[in-house]
Ligand binder design. Structure first.
Ligand code: FAD
Ligand code: NAD
Length: 574
């Protein structure tokens, strides 16, 4: 069935039809798939009507282009002529028209922040928004103010009072770390000047300028650094207690050092061009009781550093997560193993210079260049097996990330992923998702409703629930598939249920053969009301649901009908 393209494109289960967040998509005309769009962008056709010229667009000008056949939209300060894209937009023309002639950044972020529009719409780029004269004046005022301020930075890239881009004036080599002395702001002023200048010239998109505004305050995170002969330690003070090793992502590439700390709904970013070379590997420690993170870098040469480095984009900023772009690093394909006739277990290895742990229930985005256009799709990491005794290859710091991925022969992304050879690279983003481990607190009954690859978030949940929730009495998985051959890890699930009596697994098939004597059909009131029995009347319950969007939507409706409250349901979507 997989190989037969349906008359209506994209297929009902296609991500091109299914919006992030579960909104319905409109059917696209024949010849208007993403691949067709990519072909059009490569055809050399003038898609902006400006013959390749890039212009500065004023708000007045932008407003004029608000019709279907002449539609400009601004995203993060860049203006695109989206008229040629209208018929290819999976969300339909009307959705695109909601942002016609205006700044569509917020709308875009609400719906599909992860979609790589820069690459998809590059041939539609008209230019960048011009900075308004009023804003221009403000920048000049700010510039003047900043230059008159001696003790600190009031605008743009900000620094804590323990700023480290300063020469060391006093060192204490033995014992313990060097001490940091006076502050040198010349460098920072130059950066600020350059930043303000670029903004004045309209060379940076408007939102980027405003997004970097950071506010100091008693609860604002800060950082510091110290060194010994061989080590440099960067300490981040989050001023929060609920942080752990999942909260910090570190990437080092050449001399650039980047540490994203997740603090509630924001990211605190340390982004520095290091002044000296360090070795590839490093260690990360979290002192949870005080909310402190220590990243210990190994110097390449045992010499004293005069300063840590220079600030890079958005350094020392606390940015709402919804406003941050996704950061990608290149991961190497280590192994690929068949799990069913169309689903494979991929193992990717993080670069040695990355620290990243994907929290339970979260997904990442994988990115590949397909005929010159960067295509991004979400995937949910799993563990290498359902059994905790499974041994992963010995490598420190959870360097391996596993994915169960179904290959759709006529899909855009998965056939390309499947073509990768062992040793090839694929880019992987930082994790995203709304699931929080706190949802498991004092949990007694856990119900998992999974359909097809919607099983993927359930893998880590199962591992965690059966080992780490002391209050848990029962876990029940209802796993919906088309045929027996489609069931992922069937024998592992059966073995696990046999081993751990708290686990029950029920398979439901929507297109079984005549030999199947188990449950059949689609998700329904009859199936759910029988399956979702609480252990006790008032037991603390969580129902997790994941699968094709119509499955999830229908499941949520049925769960409400069965009197499960919002807090008792977690649905997985992008
Ligand atoms: P698409 O191009 O989107 O095509 C999908 C379907 O449409 C296929 O059946 C294909 O045959 C059909 N189709 C394509 N072109 C045509 C055409 N011209 N005419 C008719 N039909 C056509 N998937 C996993 O396997 N594992 C995961 O862990 C996982 N995690 C996810 C996490 C999240 C948060 C979300 C939202 C999705 C996740 N997915 C996962 C789904 C994944 O993101 C992709 O949607 C999926 O891999 C399909 O991608 P594709 O580009 O290969 O297929
Ligand atoms: P599939 O087509 O093999 O279908 C599996 C089962 O889902 C079917 O047997 C049926 O019981 C049910 N189903 C399918 N379409 C339905 C419909 N219209 N109404 C009710 N039930 C329906 O599934 P697949 O190809 O493995 O697709 C899995 C889906 O799960 C994809 O859409 C993928 O994007 C999604 N997914 C989402 C996440 C997430 O959001 N975190 C993670 C993984 C997968």
């Amino acid at each position: 069935m997989l190989n037969v393209p349906s008359q209506s494109f994209p297929a009902p289960r296609s991500q091109q039809r299914v919006a992030a967040g579960g909104r319905s998509k409109v059917p696209l005309k024949q010849g208007r798939s993403l691949m067709d769009w990519i072909r059009l962008t490569k055809s050399g056709k003038d898609l902006t009507g400006l013959k390749g010229r890039l212009i500065e667009v004023t708000e007045e000008e932008l407003k004029k282009h608000n019709k279907k056949d002449d539609c400009w939209i601004c995203i993060r300060g860049f203006v695109y002529n989206v008229s040629p894209y209208m018929e290819y937009h999976p969300g339909g023309e009307d959705e695109l028209m909601r942002a016609a002639g205006s700044d569509g950044t917020e709308l875009f972020d609400q719906v599909h922040r992860w979609v790589n529009y820069e690459s998809m719409l590059k041939e539609c780029l008209v230019g960048r928004m011009a900075v308004k004269p009023a804003v221009l004046k403000d920048y000049r005022e700010e510039e003047k103010k900043v230059l008159n301020v001696k003790g600190g930075i009031k605008y743009g890239i900000q620094h804590s009072t323990s700023d480290v881009f300063s020469p060391v004036t006093s060192c204490n080599l033995d014992p313990g770390p060097y001490k940091i002395g006076t502050h040198l702001h010349i460098y920072i002023f130059s950066c600020l000047f350059l930043w303000a200048y670029l903004s004045l010239c309209g060379m940076l998109p408007k939102s980027q300028v405003t997004d970097t505004l950071a506010k100091e305050g008693p609860n604002y995170p800060s950082y510091d650094w110290f060194q010994t002969d061989s080590l440099v330690t960067i300490a981040i003070y989050t001023k929060q207690k609920d942080i752990n090793l999942d909260s910090i992502i570190v990437d080092r590439q050449d001399d650039s050092f980047r540490a994203e700390t997740i603090i509630k709904d924001c990211l605190y970013l340390i982004h520095i061009g290091l002044s000296r070379e360090v070795q590839e590997d490093f260690s990360v420690r979290v002192i949870e009781s005080v909310g402190k993170i220590e990243i210990v870098l190994k110097k390449k040469e045992n010499t004293s550093w005069n300063f840590l480095g220079h600030p890079l984009e958005n350094h020392h900023s606390l940015i709402p997560r919804k406003d941050t772009g996704l950061y990608y690093r290149k991961c190497q394909l280590i192994s690929k193993e068949d799990v069913t006739h169309d689903t494979r277990l991929f193992c990717l290895m993080l670069p040695p210079s990355t620290h990243l742990q994907v929290p339970i229930g979260q997904h990442v985005y994988l990115k590949l260049s397909i005929t010159g256009t960067e295509i991004v799709k979400p995937y949910t990491p799993v563990s290498g097996s359902l059994f905790s005794e499974f041994k992963e290859p010995v490598l420190p710091n959870n360097k391996y990330i596993y994915f169960l991925i179904k290959i759709y022969p006529t899909g855009l992304f998965t056939p390309e992923l499947d073509r990768l050879q062992i040793g090839d690279f694929v880019s992987m983003s930082s994790p995203e998702g709304t699931f929080k481990i706190s949802e498991f607190q004092e949990l007694e009954d856990l119900f998992l409703l999974a359909a097809g690859t919607g099983f993927t978030p359930m893998v880590k949940i199962l591992n965690y629930a059966l080992t780490d929730i002391p209050t848990l009495r029962k876990v029940k998985l209802m796993f919906f598939n088309k045929t027996e051959d489609d069931i992922i890890w069937r024998s592992q699930l059966e073995k696990l249920a046999f081993k751990d009596k708290r686990l029950d697994v029920e398979f439901v098939l929507s297109a079984p053969t005549s030999e199947w004597n188990g449950k059949q059909g689609h998700i329904s009131p009859a199936l759910l009301s029988e399956f979702l029995k609480r252990n006790l009347d008032k037991s603390r319950v969580l129902v997790c649901i994941c699968g094709p969007v119509p499955f999830t939507e229908q499941g949520i409706r049925l769960l409400h009908d069965l009197n499960f409250s919002k807090n008792e349901i977690h649905s997985f979507t992008a």
